[in-house]
Design a protein around this ligand. Structure first.
Ligand SMILES: [Zn+2]
Length: 337
């Protein structure tokens, strides 16, 4: 196939069809004496419609999906269940700032043209490539740059290869990364408030929540800076939460002076903030919540507050083991202070 053939092919698909799932292209070819450069963005009306629910863009280049030996750049958004929803894909010669600028600009312009939507995401999720950051900044206002954790993990492994303490170093990074605080929840909150995004609670999630409830952890209601939290000690801790411990926890949010101290603080207490309108979108300070936007604690505390019913509870608890459940659990209601 010649470049001319490629251009003809792209041109043959440039009309935007009425059909929501039929592909069309937006392309750009530049020829000069020294080089040939081109961009072909392929998408559908439906894919562009995803821009209306997204305030972040996730993007990457892939060399696993080659077409005529050219890389593909992808951009899209992710939902609460970690599913990726592409806006389209770009066939290009390189992965430079210019290529990413073209892709982001095309998505923004199509969103406006097709849906009269002023698409202005402010959060960028990608690997650490500067070309992506610059490309984004040329089109949108960048408030938050998030490096994809999968990429970071791969890099940590690469850079620590041959070091005896590789596993320990990785564990430390995981512990640091698991430090979720109120101030880090902004993105999720702003999205979950739209009501469109909430994680799906699966059978295994209910099971974990049920097992956690059986531990009978004391849940303490604690308000700090007008924010109501439900606090409890971690599953492994023998002691229960009390008001004093909650106070200590918040006092030490930025107050630890060594990594050791940080770890003790980080694992001492868990903190849940309940979304009363949509309990599935409640947030927790634990590691699992950060990964999955759901955890046994948000489900369990919501259950305590009467916001949900654990499926099969009648069978498993009311019938056979209600007595056992009540014996273990102490107290059976949250402690209000
Ligand atoms: Zn949790």
């Amino acid at each position: 196939m010649t470049v001319e053939d490629l251009r003809n092919w792209a041109d043959s698909l440039k009309e935007i069809p009425d059909n929501h799932d039929q592909v069309f292209t937006v392309s750009e070819f530049k020829f000069d004496l020294k080089s040939i450069n081109f961009h072909i963005f392929m998408t559908t009306r439906r894919l562009i419609s995803f821009t209306r629910n997204a305030n972040h863009i996730a993007t990457d280049a892939t060399y696993k999906l080659l077409w005529l030996n050219f890389p593909i750049l992808l951009c899209g958004t992710t939902d609460a269940n970690k599913a990726f929803h592409p806006f389209g894909m770009l066939i290009t010669k390189n992965e430079t700032e210019n290529d990413f600028t073209f892709m982001f600009k095309t998505v923004r312009d199509l969103s406006l043209q097709l849906y009269q939507w002023q698409y202005s995401p402010t959060v960028l999720i990608a690997d650490a490539a500067q070309a992506i950051t610059n490309g984004f900044k040329n089109v949108f206002e960048l408030n938050k740059r998030i490096t994809c954790w999968a990429h970071v993990e791969r890099k940590i492994k690469e850079r620590t290869n041959g070091i005896r303490e590789q596993d320990l170093i990785k564990a430390d990074f995981n512990d640091l990364q698991s430090n979720v605080q109120e101030k880090h929840f902004d993105i999720w909150l702003s999205e979950s408030n739209k009501g469109a995004l909430k994680p799906t609670i699966e059978t295994k999630d209910w099971t974990f929540a049920y097992e956690w409830l059986k531990l009978g952890k004391r849940i303490v209601k604690y308000t700090v800076e007008d924010k109501l939290s439900y606090m409890f000690t971690s599953s492994k801790a023998l002691a229960n939460a009390n008001k004093e411990k909650c106070k200590d926890y918040f006092a030490k949010v930025d107050g630890w002076t060594s990594f050791e101290e940080y770890l003790i603080w980080n694992y001492s207490m868990k903190c849940v903030n309940i979304n009363l309108a949509t309990w599935e979108s409640s947030i927790c300070s634990c590691y699992n919540w950060k990964k999955d936007k759901k955890c046994k604690h948000t489900i369990g505390v919501s259950y305590f507050l009467g916001l949900n019913d654990i499926p099969g509870l009648d069978l498993n608890i009311e019938g056979n083991s209600k007595r056992e459940y009540n014996d273990i659990q102490e107290p059976s209601q949250p402690t209000y202070l």
